[in-house]
Write a protein of this length. Structure first.
Length: 127
């Protein structure tokens, strides 16, 4: 595994740490660790920039899916300043995963996320 691979994997690990933080202080800290100050997040349901906006999107996801956590599926693939990976939203109670997606992230020179382009591959019926 090259240093480059480590860079992408650690950026994605920080990303999931942020997405799985439910307590406001822990969430703010995790978002600041994962994203550059002017970083952004875009998916079919949201387009935000800045740490507060990103934290609000993550909080809303946990309100909609309490007791769920985001998990990496497969491996992280990266080159240059870009990485891609897939994830699913898994119920702690029964292991069901009603939501799944793929994200492409771009990193800054310090390995923090500049931008996320998220795609939803599976969503619950009626959502």
């Amino acid at each position: 595994m090259s240093a480059h691979t480590d860079r992408y994997e650690s950026a994605v690990a920080r990303y999931f740490e942020a997405w799985n933080a439910t307590e406001p202080e822990a969430l703010a800290k995790a978002v600041a660790a994962a994203w550059a100050p002017d970083g952004g997040y875009t998916d079919p349901l949201a387009a935000v920039s800045g740490h507060d906006g990103i934290a609000a999107v993550i909080s809303a996801a946990h309100e909609q899916f309490p007791g769920f956590s985001f998990r990496l599926t497969g491996r992280v693939d990266g080159h240059h300043e870009v990485a891609r990976f897939s994830w699913e939203l898994v119920s702690e109670a029964d292991g069901s995963a009603p939501v799944a997606g793929s994200d492409v992230i771009t990193l800054d020179g310090e390995g923090r996320i500049r931008a996320v382009l998220g795609f939803l591959d599976r969503v619950p019926a009626g959502a």
